[in-house]
Design a protein around this ligand. Structure first.
Ligand SMILES: *Cc1c(COP(=O)(O)O)cnc(C)c1O
Length: 362
């Protein structure tokens, strides 16, 4: 090869999305990517279809109407919002704008894999702060960050564990990090959480000029295929992200459908209600099979398997796949004995429980 990328790029293991196929099965149930089993808002779909009339036109590069709708729905200043091609893009842009080779980036031990990609793309050093009971520890994050971390990434709730930190704990984290450290709170699953001590970090992003909160349309809005997300932060950070993003990074149908989706509170509520029931069912049923299930507040559960031959997570995964049930092995997260299972339609949740019942008693 005559051309070489920057040092470190070839060390990156490309992100492997959740599987979508089960060999030999025509119509498998996909529970591997935390997608919304109810589909998406009908209003969003209609808006998307209407937008196809205008595909010859460039979108509004600033996504002004979408930012206004997001601001209205969340009681936020639209000038402190930037939209992206999924929240994934915004995480990448933060790395592009703020990280240099050798910089220190901190995440919790089982943090979302994209944070590692972002760090590695910039040649930054990623430090994992140990978790306790699959839950991020503010003390461990502070210790790992020390005085010189550039960015601390924290998903709240976290994927793949499903656990969360209380708002008090997030505040304690911010209060004790140096001013020179950016705190990114990834709230991809925030809309699902009912816990009384949980709250969004929007207020911290109002108080501090070094807090970024990211949100996505991929989960509660059921628009993962659209690729749409947004970030809320101090205007100084929004200004930076507007300089490094593509001028038309969010496409026209995504803007139109996003505006409809963010206002469809009925669909959001139905999604949250459906998830609440499914989550309780899965936790209870899988626990009843003797599996250790980490208490999740997201739209998925993390189930832990034994190391005994024939009963491992790999064996369970193969058993489920053979029955057309596709879940997510999480070995790349350092969890080789666990599977992440998205909450599906009621009938599909029952299929998973039935299959795992058979697997456990085989
Ligand atoms: C699903 C998910 C996202 C969403 O990513 P998009 O690029 O918006 O689809 C972000 N963070 C975490 C932790 C997730 O699990």
């Amino acid at each position: 090869m005559t051309l070489q990328p920057r040092p470190g790029i070839l060390d990156i293991r490309p992100y492997k999305p959740g599987a979508a196929d089960a060999p030999g099965i025509a119509d498998p149930v996909k529970l591997s990517s935390n997608e919304n089993p109810l589909g998406c808002s009908d209003l969003a779909r209609s808006a998307f279809e209407a937008a196809t009339k205008n595909l010859n036109l460039y979108p509004d590069g600033g996504a002004s109407q979408l930012r206004a709708a997001i601001g209205k729905a969340n009681d936020l200043d639209p000038d402190r919002i930037v939209c992206g091609t999924g929240s994934d893009e915004l995480l990448q842009l933060l790395g592009r704008a703020y990280l240099e080779p050798g910089d220190k980036v901190v995440q919790s031990q089982y943090g979302f894999l994209v944070y590692r990609l972002v760090a590695m793309q910039s040649g930054a050093e990623l430090i994992n702060a140990p978790e306790t009971d699959f839950t991020a520890s503010v003390d461990a994050l502070l210790k790992a960050a020390g005085t010189d971390a550039r960015i601390v990434f924290l998903a709240n709730p976290n994927n793949p564990t499903g656990t969360y930190l209380s708002h008090d704990e997030i505040r304690r984290l911010r209060e004790n990090l140096p001013d020179s450290t950016m705190l990114v709170v990834d709230e991809a699953y925030a809309e699902y959480v009912d816990e009384p001590d949980y709250a969004t970090a929007f207020d911290l992003a109002n108080e501090y000029d070094n807090v970024v909160v990211t949100r996505t349309f991929s989960k509660i809005h059921g628009l993962a295929g659209l690729r749409l997300g947004w970030a809320y932060a101090d205007k100084s950070i929004i200004d930076v992200l507007n300089r490094v993003r593509g001028p038309f990074n969010v496409n026209l149908p995504a803007i139109t459908a996003g505006i409809a989706a963010i206002q469809d509170f009925d669909f959001q509520k139905r999604s949250a209600d459906h998830n609440r029931r499914g989550l309780a069912f899965m936790r209870q049923q899988l626990g009843g099979l003797g599996l250790d299930v980490t208490p999740s507040v997201g739209n998925f559960v993390l189930a832990h398997f034994s190391e005994q031959d024939g009963k491992t997570a790999g064996d369970a995964d193969a058993f489920l796949t053979a029955r057309g049930l596709i879940v997510r092995p999480v070995a790349p997260y350092g969890l080789p004995n666990s599977l992440r299972i998205t909450i599906g339609l009621e009938a599909d949740n029952h299929k998973v429980v039935d299959a795992l019942t058979a697997f456990m008693s085989a």
